[in-house]
Design a protein. Structure first.
Length: 113
């Protein structure tokens, strides 16, 4: 299993970013995928998840601002982040639970005020 996240960067508050996670080494289309984030000094928390059928769930803090999506043909999962806030600053990780926890390498999102 490999999960390759990209798309992080520095953005001003109110701005947008789109994260991508390219997956390989497993049957992507039948597995739930998720994004987690970890801010400095804090635990790693679930941001959003998307099931194989497309159903989604979000952390309360990002509802209405973030959208998770997937492209099974491209074996990729995305996180569209709009109206970013300084509290969204964190390393964002792509995640898969398949026999064990699999994590991407993380991509840093920094939101300046």
């Amino acid at each position: 299993v490999q999960l390759q996240a990209s798309g992080g960067g520095l953005v001003q508050a109110g701005g947008s970013l789109r994260l991508s996670c390219a997956a390989s080494g497993f049957r992507f289309s039948i597995n739930t995928m998720a994004w987690y984030r970890q801010a400095p000094g804090k635990q790693r928390d679930l941001v959003a998840a998307i099931a194989s059928g497309g159903s989604t769930n979000y952390a309360d803090s990002v509802k209405g601002r973030f959208t998770i999506s997937r492209d099974n043909a491209k074996k990729s999962v995305y996180l569209q982040m709009n109206n970013l806030k300084p509290d969204d600053t964190a390393i964002y990780y792509c995640y898969l639970r398949l026999n064990r926890d699999w994590w991407g390498q993380g991509t840093l999102v920094t939101v300046s005020s």
